[in-house]
Ligand binder design. Structure first.
Ligand code: NAI
Length: 259
């Protein structure tokens, strides 16, 4: 039975570039997209890590191409896109996932370095890739940009001011670009993960994670990278064509808890 025929849930044959795909949510996103038949350009500043991800995908019947990419480096972004287009011929999805995070107090003597490094990877890196990818996205009939922010993008924690500022910036960037690029056929959305089990949170003691999750998260647990990857995929479906400019918490209910 077919009641509607216009909007498909298939992304088979589309091409995605994913940053920070060597671990955590980026890795999961590369794998989930590949499972759906997307040709994935998996990029990371850690080439060895992203090659491992790519080998795993290709061995399991997917299509993935690993490239070194430091999102702070404009020239490398341009080279990387050129390589991707040479390899797969087109580009449909940009997934801005790469990120770094470290706690720092205002009095820290290295505060300004943390600020510059965090802003350049977490926020400026996203717009650099978007600007470079734009001519290719404009040729796609299903162009999607998904920026990874955080629940820190609309909430805040002490001693994380560079990260919190950058993630707030990602939401602002997403919303402005959604209005600018939407009419040109590119939707721009944002995912705000809550606490997720990845390398970024690996140093936190398991007991502390449990206590935090029990007190703060509706689902009483940390999330898994794959659970975020599927939310990202959903925003890329052709059938998600009217979702534009949202920031979607994928946080097990963290952000709706009052205390
Ligand atoms: P992760 O540490 O497992 O992965 C981050 C990846 O980004 C790594 O493979 C790393 O090599 C790469 N990367 C770092 N600097 C880079 C650069 N300059 N250029 C390119 N790649 C670079 O961390 P996770 O958790 O998977 O992080 C993914 C995104 O999710 C980040 O934007 C992070 O801020 C965000 N996030 C993470 C949360 C968590 O609880 N793990 C919560 C909310 C947001």
């Amino acid at each position: 039975m077919k009641l509607f025929k216009n909007l498909s849930r298939s992304v088979k044959g589309k091409v995605a570039i994913i940053t920070g795909a060597g671990s955590g949510m980026g890795e999961a996103t590369a794998k989930v997209f590949a499972e759906e038949g997307v040709k994935v350009v998996a990029t990371d500043v850690n080439l060895e890590a992203v090659k491992r991800v790519s080998d795993e995908i290709n061995t399991n019947g997917g299509t993935c191409y690993a490239l070194h990419l430091d999102v702070t480096d404009k020239t490398e972004i341009e080279d990387c896109l050129e390589e991707s287009i040479k390899k797969f011929g087109s580009l449909d999805f940009v997934i801005n996932n790469a990120g770094i995070s470290s706690a720092t107090a205002l009095e820290d003597e290295n505060y300004e370095n943390y600020w510059d490094d965090t802003l350049s990877v977490v926020l400026t890196g996203q717009i650099k890739l978007i600007r470079a990818a734009l001519p290719h996205l404009l040729k796609s009939d299903n162009a999607r940009i998904v920026n990874i922010s955080s629940t820190e993008g609309f909430g805040a924690s002490p001693y994380h001011s560079p990260y919190t500022a950058a993630k707030h910036g990602v939401i602002g960037l997403t919303r402005s670009l959604a209005l600018e690029l939407g009419p040109k056929g590119i939707t721009v959305n944002c995912i705000c993960p809550g606490p997720i089990n990845t390398n970024m949170t690996a140093a936190i003691d398991e007991k502390d994670k449990e206590t935090y999750a029990r007190r703060r998260v509706g689902l009483k647990r940390y999330g898994e990278p794959e659970e975020v990857a599927h939310a990202t995929l959903n925003l890329c479906l052709p059938s998600s064509s009217y979702i534009n400019g949202v920031y979607l918490p994928v946080d097990g209910g963290l952000s709706i808890r009052r205390a």
